[in-house]
Design a protein around this ligand. Structure first.
Ligand code: FES
Ligand SMILES: [Fe+2]
Length: 376
């Protein structure tokens, strides 16, 4: 008889390679410093082609990269810093609202109400050095003859705990579905194998861990605790901050947000990592961190960036190799307890799809706090 501790067939099976993507959320599109004033760039998010730009005053915008007339990519057109002129028949659109402002072929007697025509447009906000775009549930907002609907929330922000802080980001493309990207991110068991380094940890340092998890809206939290004593950076941090304890909180919230907050006395480090679906089998990881640690320490930020870059590169390389193995759709499994967060992720995602489809309450897959145990 099968017991509950047997590995279960992974929900990855049914989701590979056509991973279902979650619409109706904010997604990171592009680092702010990659887009100058009066410039446009193209990007794909959740299989949707977008043209992203920044107007003369510095405000970012995002439009569906297809003219509502005959589908010519608007990115092929001319942007004067305010309006985009389509390269095919010269229709002009307001960059922010997508509203049509000019159709050159019309003669004065032709009374077509051009202000009722819209290029598809997306809500766009800039937060913590990134441009975020709201990808609505039903196709692009606007497009055709409707105005864009407003996003229900504003874009996520990194929690900060003092007035002055530093900010840095890292980004990497991952050749796998967003699901593999996300469960790779929350997977505790790969650490000693993928992220080995003499100054971090080795396979020899593997030991049993107990971590407390609790449900939070649309996600789960690994509750505050003193982080692994087996890593040198944490030991250093405790000395440096002259703090009795260091607390870490790691949250995962749908659709793709992992936030980690480390606090030691008056010092803090806060990061928001996202894994964004580009296409069904391609995603991008963006780590943005804010901190007030090491403010007086000459090479602090560089050191931190170096450490993070190393981790992200190790994960990226691992997923690149994994994607080779996934090409032929092998059998996969999720085991307890190390893969329980991954199971929760699929549970949360299903609950979200269920709620979107049938309405009603969000049926949270985690009903009460749980302690998970694993060796890493
Ligand atoms: S396709 Fe854009 S103006 Fe005709
Ligand atoms: Fe990792």
């Amino acid at each position: 008889m099968l017991t509950s501790s047997m590995p279960e067939d992974s929900p990855l099976q049914s989701q590979t390679p056509d991973s279902l993507m979650l619409f109706g959320f904010w997604y990171r599109a592009l680092p702010s410093d990659k887009l100058g004033r009066g410039k446009m760039d193209t990007i794909t998010l959740l299989e949707q082609p977008l043209v992203i730009g920044r107007d003369q005053s510095g405000k970012a915008f995002a439009l569906r990269d297809a003219c509502p007339h005959r589908g010519m990519p608007l990115s092929c057109g001319h942007f004067d810093g305010q309006q985009i002129e389509c390269s095919y028949h010269g229709w002009k659109f307001d960059a922010h609202s997508g509203q049509c402002q000019l159709i050159p072929s019309l003669v004065p007697e032709q009374t077509l109400k051009i202000d009722r025509i819209y290029a598809g447009s997306y809500e766009c906000e800039e937060r913590d050095d990134f441009i975020w775009v709201f990808i609505p549930d039903l196709g692009p907002s606007g497009a055709g003859f409707t105005k864009r609907a407003a996003a229900p929330t504003s874009a996520p922000e990194i929690p900060k705990f003092s007035e002055h802080y530093k900010l840095a980001y890292l980004t990497a493309d991952l050749p796998c579905s967003v699901d593999h990207g996300i469960i790779g991110l929350m997977d505790p068991a790969h650490g000693p194998f993928v992220h080995q380094a003499w100054w971090w940890r080795s396979q020899k340092s593997i030991h049993e861990k107990h971590k407390n998890f609790e449900p939070i809206p649309y996600g789960f939290r690994m509750s505050a605790h003193t982080p692994s004593s087996n890593s040198a950076p944490y030991k250093l941090l405790r000395l440096y901050a002259d703090a009795d304890s260091i607390t870490t909180t790691i949250d995962f919230v749908l659709p793709n947000l992992r936030s980690e907050i480390i606090r030691a006395g008056k010092y803090w480090f806060s990061s928001l990592t996202t894994v964004t679906p580009i296409t069904r089998n391609h995603c991008r990881i963006d780590v943005v961190a804010a901190w007030n640690l090491f403010r007086w320490f000459p090479f602090g930020p560089e050191l931190l960036k170096f450490v993070f870059a190393k981790f992200v590169e190790q994960d990226r390389r691992t997923m690149e190799l994994q994607s080779e193995g996934l090409k032929h759709n092998p059998h996969l499994m999720l085991i307890d307890d190390a893969d329980r967060p991954a199971k929760w992720y699929f549970g949360l995602k299903n609950a979200m799809f269920e709620m979107k489809k049938n309405g009603g309450e969000f049926k949270h897959p985690i009903t009460s706090p749980v302690t998970l145990r694993w060796r890493s």
